[in-house]
Write a protein of this length. Structure first.
Length: 66
């Protein structure tokens, strides 16, 4: 990683991080599924696909954790 990429990675979203690492949606769910599900607003314990879609979209916009 060059200096410019390193400086940029300091404040990138999860979406930018996934694009940089060339990770597709399926791989994102495999690697970050617990984190994505943990951010879901559904607290009933029975997942609905619309809730998963919303949680995924919100997770993409969050700052990536190092």
């Amino acid at each position: 990683m060059n200096h410019l990429e390193n400086a940029r990675s300091e404040h990138m979203t999860n979406k930018e991080m996934c694009k940089l690492k060339n990770i597709n949606e399926r791989e994102v769910y495999k690697e970050f599924g617990k984190e994505i599900c943990g951010s879901c607003i559904n607290d009933k314990g029975d997942c609905e696909s619309k809730d998963c879609d919303t949680a995924y979209k919100n997770w993409l916009e969050k700052d990536a954790e190092r």
